[in-house]
Ligand binder design. Structure first.
Ligand SMILES: Nc1ncnc2c1ncn2[C@@H]1O[C@H](COP(=O)(O)OP(=O)(O)OP(=O)(O)O)[C@@H](O)[C@H]1O
Length: 210
């Protein structure tokens, strides 16, 4: 379980701080909604470790994550338009999910590509891939990193309707199969309805069950 308990933060000049409390379970997608500027990205940044809370707690299965820098947190982040290295092949981009010198890198990359539905395009440059394929590459890289928590910030908004449905299904399948704790920030009602087991909304700087 990922548990936030009155995790508190104020941006410079912000009068009333955010105080986030929520729970997110493994194998499930937990959605966060709220109007523009309500603090959704701030919440993800606190979980990822890009912002340090002033008080409150953030634990994963009872382990305190607050002292850990972002690179040591068991957290992956997937954004709207994925930050792939465009000049590298799909498989090299996926391989960035492994530490240098990891055993059986080629086999593990091939397996991750297959699981993300990219078996035949491993050699293709990222710049030649469609938006949906790029999100699959990003998911394959996430698979190799094998971190427990997956943060999704508007991950489907650059995709056409059909691709969006397919990638959504893939995210749900991977979340369930790998027991990821997936947190989804999306403006799209459709995404939330299709995916979320639990929904929260940010109201007045706090999370409410939606
Ligand atoms: N570095 C910063 N310094 C000061 N204020 C900030 C900073 N980052 C964000 N804010 C403010 O904090 C509030 C919440 O921003 P945040 O990006 O978390 O909202 P959001 O819900 O993700 O919005 P959107 O849906 O538009 O992405 C906004 O009012 C924003 O202007």
């Amino acid at each position: 379980m990922l548990v936030l308990d009155r995790l508190t933060y104020a941006h410079p000049g912000q009068a009333s701080p955010y105080a986030f409390s929520m729970e997110a379970a493994p194998g499930q997608i937990t959605a966060i909604s709220g109007p523009s500027g309500s603090g959704k990205s701030t919440l993800l940044d606190l979980v990822a470790g890009f912002l340090a809370p002033t008080s409150g707690s953030l634990t994963l299965d009872g382990r305190n994550l607050v002292p850990l820098p972002p690179e040591e947190r068991p957290v992956s982040l997937l954004l709207q338009s994925e930050s792939l290295f465009e000049h590298l092949s799909a498989e090299r981009n996926v391989g960035l999910g492994l530490p240098p010198g990891a055993p059986d890198a080629a086999g593990r990359i091939a397996q991750a590509l297959a699981e993300a539905g990219l078996k035949d395009i491993g050699r293709q440059r990222a710049s030649t891939l469609s938006g949906g394929q790029k999100q699959r590459v990003a998911l394959a890289r996430t698979l190799l990193r094998d971190r427990k928590v997956l943060l999704l910030d508007e991950p489907f908004s650059a995709l056409d309707d059909h691709t969006r449905t397919v990638i959504r299904a893939l995210v749900r399948e991977l979340t369930e199969r790998h027991g990821w704790i997936t947190i989804l920030v999306s403006h799209y009602r459709d995404d939330v309805e299709a995916l979320a087991s639990r929904q929260y909304r940010i109201v007045g700087g706090k999370l409410e069950m939606a």
